[in-house]
Design a protein around this ligand. Structure first.
Ligand code: FES
Length: 109
């Protein structure tokens, strides 16, 4: 399966993934600048990504803890998620997320 990352520079990067992979790990493997400081403990928000609108509805809902952490993320949007909480499955083949940038206003899309 594949997932796609839209970089802050508006490039589309495709990465190969396997069902069961964590999106954060795949993103880091593809060279995306997501720090993931707390390594999935939901104690940071440095793995924040903005999920493509069509895909957002397909993902399982965020937990309350994830929502709380997202409140602290910079540049959060209606379809923001923490990449460390997204477990990939075949149903998510083609999942597309954008990497937020402090320098870029995503609302321009
Ligand atoms: S890696 Fe810290 S919340 Fe995702």
């Amino acid at each position: 399966m594949k997932v796609r990352f839209q970089t802050a520079q508006n490039a589309m990067v495709e990465a190969e993934a396997t069902s069961g992979d964590i999106l954060l790990t795949v993103a880091q493997g593809a060279g995306m600048p997501l720090e993931g400081t707390c390594e999935g403990q939901m104690a940071c928000s440095t793995c924040h990504v903005i999920v493509d609108r069509d895909w957002f509805a397909v993902l399982p809902d965020a937990s309350e803890d994830e929502e709380d952490m997202l409140d602290l993320a910079y540049g959060v949007r209606a379809t923001s998620r923490l990449a460390c909480q997204i477990v990939l499955s075949e149903a998510l083949d083609g999942l597309t997320v954008a990497i937020p940038s402090e320098a870029r206003d995503m609302s321009e899309n």
